[in-house]
Design a protein around this ligand. Structure first.
Ligand SMILES: Nc1ncnc2c1ncn2[C@@H]1O[C@H](COP(=O)(O)OP(=O)(O)OP(=O)(O)O)[C@@H](O)[C@H]1O
Ligand SMILES: [Mg+2]
Length: 355
């Protein structure tokens, strides 16, 4: 037998058991420490069981503290309980216009023929289908929505429903059209950050299933729980768990030690888990360009940008600086093809930031 592969082993010594349990959109079976909020949400839905309309709810709180995961949990339980209530979940960051929203609702209702149809036409379908039953509609990241036509339509034309709005931005409500606000008659529900014990418990639950038994040393874990509590964001904790595992594996270690989790924490500085600021259309376009042009320098990206935008290099550079300052992108110093100093542009890890 040759020895070409003698140093390779089938990778059965991974420290990870179920790595996907650390991904941000993994839906855990249980969502502990949000029981009160979930009961309150359920109470808003209760009237639908009696064929009456439910309560609309404005849900707010800072990033990474279990708003989305709690709402999805409630929808899942509701779907298990009854077929008489349709559940719709929309991320308004991804579906940011009435038209995109209408298409998404159609798809969730199992109606596929949305191609080439206008928003009004789509809404007719939605209306017919939803009014056969009751509906719970969750509009997550609702502050990212660019127009409210579909919300108006839902309010006016769907008889028995609950609409839940989720946002980080408490002020969103103040800016909302008075007419819309008065018709919605929203109750409010605030999610407050978890305390240390809760943070630790939630992360411990994820760690238990994500890693091989006893792979994670206790002191390494505590560093992560502390950091996650300090920044009041579970997502950061999940990122650190994963990153510590990666670092330990890179070093072929059989255990994840304090040193590994400390290195993961130091890497954290380079990432922005979620962008708190809103990007305008131009900035979004630049970020897209950077994503699609890996390893290009600032001038090369500008050449691409110029094809569609009549903007000076100065204006472009100013935008780039602003994006870099907010850690949406990074500038890596490199030597240009001509020998001078220039910068390559890089986007943060796609896993961490969704645009
Ligand atoms: N109580 C919990 N139990 C289990 N996992 C949780 C809990 N709270 C949060 N998480 C996990 O933390 C991550 C962030 O939670 P979630 O996505 O619900 O945050 P969010 O409040 O919706 O944040 P954002 O405002 O940024 O959307 C998710 O991966 C989620 O699974
Ligand atoms: Mg969320």
């Amino acid at each position: 037998m040759g020895n070409l592969f003698k140093d390779f082993s089938i990778n059965n010594e991974s420290l990870f058991l179920n790595e996907h349990m650390l991904s941000y959109d993994y839906q855990p079976k249980l969502v502990p420490h949000r029981e009160n909020q979930q009961h309150f949400i359920a109470s808003c839905i209760k009237p639908l069981f009696e064929k009456r309309s439910g309560k609309n709810l404005f849900i707010f709180g800072q990033p990474g503290i279990g708003k989305t995961v709690s709402l999805i949990h409630v929808l899942n339980e509701l779907n298990e309980k009854t077929d008489e209530i349709e559940t719709i979940y929309i991320n308004c960051w991804k579906k940011d216009t009435s038209h995109k929203m209408a298409i998404e609702i159609c798809h969730q209702l199992g109606y596929k023929f949305t191609h080439n149809k206008g928003t009004d036409e789509l809404f007719e379908e939605i209306k017919t289908r939803l009014n056969k039953k009751s509906a719970v509609i969750v509009l997550d990241e609702v502050d990212k929505l660019s127009d409210f036509q579909t919300i108006y339509n839902l309010l006016e034309d769907i008889y028995r429903k609950c609409i839940f709005f989720i946002t980080n931005d408490k002020k969103f409500l103040i800016g909302l059209d008075a007419r819309l606000k008065s018709r919605l008659s929203l109750s409010e529900l605030e999610f407050k950050p978890y305390n240390y014990e809760q943070t630790k418990d939630i992360l411990n639950e994820r760690k238990k299933y994500a890693f091989v038994k006893d792979a994670f040393s206790q002191d390494a874990f505590e560093v992560i729980a502390k950091k996650s509590h300090e920044v009041q964001d579970i997502r950061t904790g999940l990122f650190l768990l994963q990153e510590s595992g990666n670092i330990a594996e890179e070093k072929s270690s059989k255990k994840i030690t304090l040193e590994h989790s400390q290195e993961a924490v130091s890497r954290l500085k380079n990432y922005k888990i979620k962008i708190p600021l809103e990007l305008d259309e131009e900035e979004k376009e630049i970020v897209e360009l950077i994503k699609n042009n890996v390893n290009k320098d600032i001038l090369e990206i500008y050449e691409e940008y110029k094809k569609k935008n009549d903007k000076s290099i100065r204006t472009f550079q100013r935008k780039i600086k602003e994006l870099a300052k907010n850690k949406v992108i990074f500038l890596d110093e490199v030597i240009s093809k001509k020998g001078g100093k220039t910068y390559n542009l890089r986007c943060v890890d796609k896993k961490l930031v969704e645009f």
